[in-house]
Design a protein. Structure first.
Length: 279
Protein backbone atom coordinates (compact mmCIF):
# COMPACT_ATOMS: atom_id res chain seq x y z
CA UNK A 1 0.00 0.00 0.00
CA UNK A 2 1.41 3.39 -0.98
CA UNK A 3 1.76 6.24 1.49
CA UNK A 4 -0.77 9.11 1.33
CA UNK A 5 0.29 11.81 -1.11
CA UNK A 6 0.14 14.88 1.12
CA UNK A 7 0.85 14.12 4.75
CA UNK A 8 0.52 16.85 7.33
CA UNK A 9 3.70 17.76 9.27
CA UNK A 10 2.70 15.78 12.35
CA UNK A 11 1.90 12.70 10.23
CA UNK A 12 5.41 11.51 9.44
CA UNK A 13 5.51 8.04 7.84
CA UNK A 14 8.24 7.16 10.37
CA UNK A 15 5.87 7.75 13.28
CA UNK A 16 3.54 4.75 13.41
CA UNK A 17 1.38 6.41 16.07
CA UNK A 18 0.83 9.66 14.19
CA UNK A 19 -2.38 10.08 12.18
CA UNK A 20 -1.84 9.54 8.45
CA UNK A 21 -3.88 12.28 6.82
CA UNK A 22 -4.15 12.60 3.04
CA UNK A 23 -5.02 16.26 2.51
CA UNK A 24 -5.45 15.72 -1.24
CA UNK A 25 -8.75 13.96 -0.49
CA UNK A 26 -11.61 16.24 0.63
CA UNK A 27 -13.40 15.58 3.91
CA UNK A 28 -16.88 16.76 4.84
CA UNK A 29 -15.75 18.21 8.20
CA UNK A 30 -13.13 20.38 6.52
CA UNK A 31 -15.53 21.49 3.76
CA UNK A 32 -17.95 22.53 6.50
CA UNK A 33 -15.12 24.33 8.29
CA UNK A 34 -14.42 26.33 5.11
CA UNK A 35 -18.08 27.36 4.78
CA UNK A 36 -18.05 28.53 8.40
CA UNK A 37 -15.01 30.70 7.73
CA UNK A 38 -12.52 28.39 9.44
CA UNK A 39 -8.86 27.88 8.55
CA UNK A 40 -8.52 24.13 9.03
CA UNK A 41 -9.13 23.09 5.44
CA UNK A 42 -7.06 22.33 2.35
CA UNK A 43 -7.15 22.83 -1.41
CA UNK A 44 -9.19 19.68 -2.05
CA UNK A 45 -11.75 20.74 0.58
CA UNK A 46 -11.98 24.28 -0.78
CA UNK A 47 -12.45 23.00 -4.35
CA UNK A 48 -15.49 20.96 -3.31
CA UNK A 49 -16.82 23.76 -1.09
CA UNK A 50 -16.61 26.34 -3.89
CA UNK A 51 -18.20 24.01 -6.46
CA UNK A 52 -21.12 23.31 -4.13
CA UNK A 53 -21.43 27.02 -3.32
CA UNK A 54 -21.57 27.86 -7.04
CA UNK A 55 -24.30 25.28 -7.57
CA UNK A 56 -26.22 26.39 -4.48
CA UNK A 57 -25.33 29.88 -3.20
CA UNK A 58 -27.41 29.30 -0.06
CA UNK A 59 -25.24 26.42 1.10
CA UNK A 60 -22.99 28.63 3.24
CA UNK A 61 -26.01 30.03 5.07
CA UNK A 62 -27.18 26.44 5.41
CA UNK A 63 -23.95 25.50 7.16
CA UNK A 64 -24.41 28.39 9.56
CA UNK A 65 -28.03 27.38 10.14
CA UNK A 66 -26.86 23.88 10.95
CA UNK A 67 -24.41 25.17 13.54
CA UNK A 68 -27.06 27.38 15.08
CA UNK A 69 -29.48 24.44 15.24
CA UNK A 70 -26.87 22.42 17.13
CA UNK A 71 -26.67 25.12 19.78
CA UNK A 72 -30.43 25.45 20.15
CA UNK A 73 -30.95 21.68 20.28
CA UNK A 74 -28.23 21.07 22.88
CA UNK A 75 -29.48 23.96 25.02
CA UNK A 76 -33.04 22.63 24.88
CA UNK A 77 -31.96 19.10 25.81
CA UNK A 78 -29.75 20.31 28.66
CA UNK A 79 -32.65 22.35 30.00
CA UNK A 80 -34.68 19.12 30.19
CA UNK A 81 -32.17 17.84 32.74
CA UNK A 82 -29.94 15.72 30.49
CA UNK A 83 -26.33 15.85 31.66
CA UNK A 84 -24.54 13.56 29.19
CA UNK A 85 -24.13 13.99 25.44
CA UNK A 86 -22.74 11.68 22.74
CA UNK A 87 -21.91 13.89 19.75
CA UNK A 88 -21.14 11.84 16.62
CA UNK A 89 -19.68 13.66 13.61
CA UNK A 90 -18.25 16.41 15.76
CA UNK A 91 -16.59 18.47 13.06
CA UNK A 92 -13.69 20.85 13.55
CA UNK A 93 -14.18 22.89 16.74
CA UNK A 94 -15.57 26.39 16.39
CA UNK A 95 -17.76 28.59 18.57
CA UNK A 96 -20.76 27.03 20.29
CA UNK A 97 -19.48 23.48 20.61
CA UNK A 98 -21.73 20.92 22.29
CA UNK A 99 -19.91 20.92 25.62
CA UNK A 100 -19.82 24.73 25.76
CA UNK A 101 -23.58 24.98 25.30
CA UNK A 102 -24.43 22.08 27.62
CA UNK A 103 -22.06 23.22 30.37
CA UNK A 104 -23.50 26.73 30.29
CA UNK A 105 -26.76 25.12 31.39
CA UNK A 106 -25.12 22.59 33.73
CA UNK A 107 -21.37 22.88 34.42
CA UNK A 108 -21.31 19.19 35.38
CA UNK A 109 -22.44 18.01 31.93
CA UNK A 110 -20.37 15.24 30.35
CA UNK A 111 -19.69 15.07 26.61
CA UNK A 112 -18.12 12.42 24.37
CA UNK A 113 -17.13 13.62 20.91
CA UNK A 114 -16.70 11.19 18.00
CA UNK A 115 -15.38 11.84 14.51
CA UNK A 116 -13.58 9.81 11.84
CA UNK A 117 -11.21 12.59 10.70
CA UNK A 118 -7.83 12.62 12.51
CA UNK A 119 -7.58 16.37 11.90
CA UNK A 120 -10.84 16.91 13.77
CA UNK A 121 -9.60 14.84 16.69
CA UNK A 122 -6.26 16.65 16.77
CA UNK A 123 -8.02 20.00 17.09
CA UNK A 124 -10.63 18.66 19.51
CA UNK A 125 -8.03 17.41 21.95
CA UNK A 126 -6.16 20.71 21.73
CA UNK A 127 -9.10 23.11 21.93
CA UNK A 128 -12.11 21.55 23.62
CA UNK A 129 -11.73 22.07 27.35
CA UNK A 130 -14.35 21.01 29.86
CA UNK A 131 -15.41 22.83 32.98
CA UNK A 132 -13.87 21.53 36.20
CA UNK A 133 -17.18 20.01 37.21
CA UNK A 134 -17.85 18.28 33.87
CA UNK A 135 -15.91 15.95 31.60
CA UNK A 136 -15.17 15.58 27.90
CA UNK A 137 -13.52 12.91 25.81
CA UNK A 138 -12.64 12.71 22.11
CA UNK A 139 -12.64 9.43 20.20
CA UNK A 140 -11.69 8.74 16.60
CA UNK A 141 -14.32 6.30 15.33
CA UNK A 142 -16.83 5.93 12.52
CA UNK A 143 -20.61 6.22 12.60
CA UNK A 144 -20.70 3.22 10.27
CA UNK A 145 -19.52 1.00 13.15
CA UNK A 146 -21.90 1.72 16.03
CA UNK A 147 -20.57 -0.96 18.37
CA UNK A 148 -17.07 0.50 18.18
CA UNK A 149 -18.56 3.71 19.60
CA UNK A 150 -21.06 2.30 22.08
CA UNK A 151 -18.51 -0.14 23.52
CA UNK A 152 -15.50 2.20 23.41
CA UNK A 153 -13.83 2.27 26.85
CA UNK A 154 -13.10 6.02 26.71
CA UNK A 155 -16.73 6.76 25.90
CA UNK A 156 -17.94 4.43 28.64
CA UNK A 157 -15.67 6.32 31.02
CA UNK A 158 -17.73 9.46 30.40
CA UNK A 159 -21.14 8.26 29.19
CA UNK A 160 -23.35 5.94 31.26
CA UNK A 161 -25.71 4.16 28.86
CA UNK A 162 -27.84 2.94 31.76
CA UNK A 163 -28.97 6.55 32.32
CA UNK A 164 -30.73 8.96 29.92
CA UNK A 165 -28.38 10.73 27.54
CA UNK A 166 -28.49 12.84 24.41
CA UNK A 167 -27.41 11.36 21.10
CA UNK A 168 -26.43 14.18 18.72
CA UNK A 169 -25.93 13.41 15.02
CA UNK A 170 -26.03 16.80 13.33
CA UNK A 171 -25.08 17.31 9.69
CA UNK A 172 -23.64 13.81 9.31
CA UNK A 173 -26.17 11.20 8.17
CA UNK A 174 -26.37 12.55 4.61
CA UNK A 175 -22.79 11.33 4.16
CA UNK A 176 -23.93 7.75 4.75
CA UNK A 177 -25.15 6.33 1.43
CA UNK A 178 -28.18 4.11 1.08
CA UNK A 179 -26.10 0.95 0.63
CA UNK A 180 -24.58 1.58 4.06
CA UNK A 181 -28.09 1.52 5.59
CA UNK A 182 -28.20 4.76 7.58
CA UNK A 183 -31.52 3.80 9.19
CA UNK A 184 -30.07 0.51 10.42
CA UNK A 185 -27.02 2.29 11.80
CA UNK A 186 -29.16 4.86 13.61
CA UNK A 187 -31.29 2.14 15.17
CA UNK A 188 -28.23 0.43 16.59
CA UNK A 189 -27.53 3.67 18.45
CA UNK A 190 -31.08 4.46 19.47
CA UNK A 191 -31.71 0.91 20.72
CA UNK A 192 -28.79 1.42 23.12
CA UNK A 193 -30.54 4.42 24.70
CA UNK A 194 -32.77 4.06 27.74
CA UNK A 195 -36.21 5.72 27.87
CA UNK A 196 -35.97 9.41 28.65
CA UNK A 197 -32.97 9.84 26.35
CA UNK A 198 -32.98 12.46 23.59
CA UNK A 199 -31.94 12.34 19.95
CA UNK A 200 -31.05 15.41 17.84
CA UNK A 201 -30.69 15.16 14.07
CA UNK A 202 -30.19 17.50 11.15
CA UNK A 203 -30.20 16.19 7.60
CA UNK A 204 -30.04 17.72 4.12
CA UNK A 205 -33.17 17.44 1.97
CA UNK A 206 -34.27 18.41 -1.51
CA UNK A 207 -37.92 18.71 -0.42
CA UNK A 208 -37.96 22.52 -0.41
CA UNK A 209 -35.72 23.38 -3.39
CA UNK A 210 -35.26 20.19 -5.47
CA UNK A 211 -33.09 21.55 -8.29
CA UNK A 212 -30.90 23.75 -6.09
CA UNK A 213 -30.09 20.92 -3.67
CA UNK A 214 -29.68 18.37 -6.48
CA UNK A 215 -27.14 20.67 -8.18
CA UNK A 216 -25.29 21.12 -4.89
CA UNK A 217 -25.24 17.37 -4.31
CA UNK A 218 -23.90 16.77 -7.83
CA UNK A 219 -21.10 19.30 -7.26
CA UNK A 220 -20.30 17.83 -3.85
CA UNK A 221 -20.31 14.25 -5.12
CA UNK A 222 -18.06 15.01 -8.07
CA UNK A 223 -14.93 14.98 -5.90
CA UNK A 224 -14.84 11.82 -3.77
CA UNK A 225 -17.51 12.81 -1.24
CA UNK A 226 -20.85 11.05 -0.93
CA UNK A 227 -23.84 13.28 -0.20
CA UNK A 228 -27.42 11.95 -0.17
CA UNK A 229 -30.37 14.32 0.41
CA UNK A 230 -33.39 12.54 1.93
CA UNK A 231 -37.10 13.26 2.21
CA UNK A 232 -39.04 14.19 5.33
CA UNK A 233 -40.58 10.72 5.43
CA UNK A 234 -37.15 9.07 5.25
CA UNK A 235 -35.68 11.30 7.97
CA UNK A 236 -38.69 10.84 10.23
CA UNK A 237 -37.96 7.11 10.35
CA UNK A 238 -34.83 7.85 12.40
CA UNK A 239 -37.16 8.92 15.20
CA UNK A 240 -39.12 5.68 15.50
CA UNK A 241 -39.80 5.19 19.22
CA UNK A 242 -39.25 8.90 19.97
CA UNK A 243 -41.73 11.66 20.68
CA UNK A 244 -40.72 14.78 18.78
CA UNK A 245 -40.36 18.02 20.69
CA UNK A 246 -42.29 20.96 19.26
CA UNK A 247 -42.29 22.06 16.49
CA UNK A 248 -41.44 18.56 15.19
CA UNK A 249 -39.37 17.80 12.10
CA UNK A 250 -39.17 21.15 10.32
CA UNK A 251 -36.93 23.27 8.15
CA UNK A 252 -33.67 23.44 10.09
CA UNK A 253 -33.44 27.21 10.38
CA UNK A 254 -36.95 27.45 11.80
CA UNK A 255 -36.57 24.94 14.67
CA UNK A 256 -37.18 26.98 17.86
CA UNK A 257 -35.57 29.96 16.13
CA UNK A 258 -35.72 33.53 17.40
CA UNK A 259 -35.09 34.94 13.92
CA UNK A 260 -37.63 37.15 12.20
CA UNK A 261 -40.12 34.82 10.42
CA UNK A 262 -40.12 37.19 7.45
CA UNK A 263 -36.38 36.70 7.03
CA UNK A 264 -36.65 32.94 7.51
CA UNK A 265 -39.29 32.78 4.77
CA UNK A 266 -36.70 34.15 2.32
CA UNK A 267 -34.11 31.51 3.20
CA UNK A 268 -33.21 28.66 0.83
CA UNK A 269 -34.13 25.81 3.15
CA UNK A 270 -32.04 22.73 2.43
CA UNK A 271 -32.28 20.68 5.61
CA UNK A 272 -34.59 19.37 8.31
CA UNK A 273 -33.93 19.38 12.04
CA UNK A 274 -35.66 17.78 15.01
CA UNK A 275 -35.19 16.63 18.59
CA UNK A 276 -37.00 13.61 19.99
CA UNK A 277 -37.39 11.98 23.43
CA UNK A 278 -37.34 8.20 23.69
CA UNK A 279 -40.59 6.79 25.04
Amino acid sequence: MSEPKNLLPWASPRDENAPKIDTSIPHSARVYDYWLGGKDNFEADRRVAEAAKTASPGIVQGARDNRAFLGRAVKYIAEQGITQFLDIGTGIPTQGNTHEVAQQVNPAARIAYVDNDPIVMTHARALLRSTRQGRTTYVEADLRDPRSIIDHPEIKGVIDFSEPLALVIVGTLMFINDKEDPLGLVRQFTEALVPGSYFAVSHVTADFFPKTIADAADAYNSDALGFTPRTKDQISQYFTGFELAEPGLVALATWRSDEDPALLSQRIHGAYGAVGRKS
